[in-house]
Design a protein around this ligand. Structure first.
Ligand code: FES
Ligand code: FES
Length: 166
């Protein structure tokens, strides 16, 4: 099949790429743009490790063709921090000990961002439901949920981002 041109925005930067039509979004992000923060694991929509935000919505980048992202806005984990300032969700995951191997973390954090953008004050149950598509085999989830609730509180109080040394 013939190569195709895709134009899209990733982390605020516009790209025009030549890709194979069968390429998935995760392949283009990782292999062509070098954005390896987006993880690839099951490849079949089961684990959520490949979650990115597409026009603000959590999207499994292993399950969609890159061409589906044409003219869309994609946010990957690399686009969340502002320069060297961590996003409050990132800071909360660190502070709450919600990261062990870290493989699930980018997807967890992006799903958390989508959840808190639509529901700034979620209950514990709502956090569980919001992250139901993201699997973690290290933490047992308790600390992840604690981190999401802590981040929500920080954001509600007007916290934007923190210096890494704070
Ligand atoms: S790698 Fe996409 S859902 Fe598991
Ligand atoms: S921290 Fe290892 S899979 Fe979640």
């Amino acid at each position: 099949m013939r190569q195709q041109i895709i134009k899209f925005t990733v982390n605020g930067r516009q790209y025009e790429l030549t890709i194979e039509p069968h390429m998935t979004l995760v392949e283009v992000l990782r292999d062509q743009l070098g954005l390896t923060g987006t993880k690839f694991s099951c490849g079949v929509g089961e684990c959520g490790a490949c979650t990115v935000l597409m026009d603000g919505k959590p999207t499994l980048s292993c399950c969609i063709l890159a061409m589906s992202a044409r003219d869309k806005n994609i946010l990957t984990i690399e686009g969340l921090a502002e320069r060297n300032l961590l996003h409050p969700i990132q800071k909360a995951f660190i502070d709450c000990g919600a990261i062990q191997c870290g493989f699930c973390t980018p997807g967890m954090i992006l799903s958390t961002k989508a959840l808190l953008d639509s529901n700034p004050n979620p209950t514990r149950e709502e956090v569980k439901r919001g992250l139901a598509g993201n699997l973690c085999r290290c933490t047992g989830y308790v600390k992840i949920i604690d981190a999401v609730l802590a981040a929500a509180e920080t954001i509600r109080e007007g916290g934007k981002s923190y210096g890494q040394s704070e």
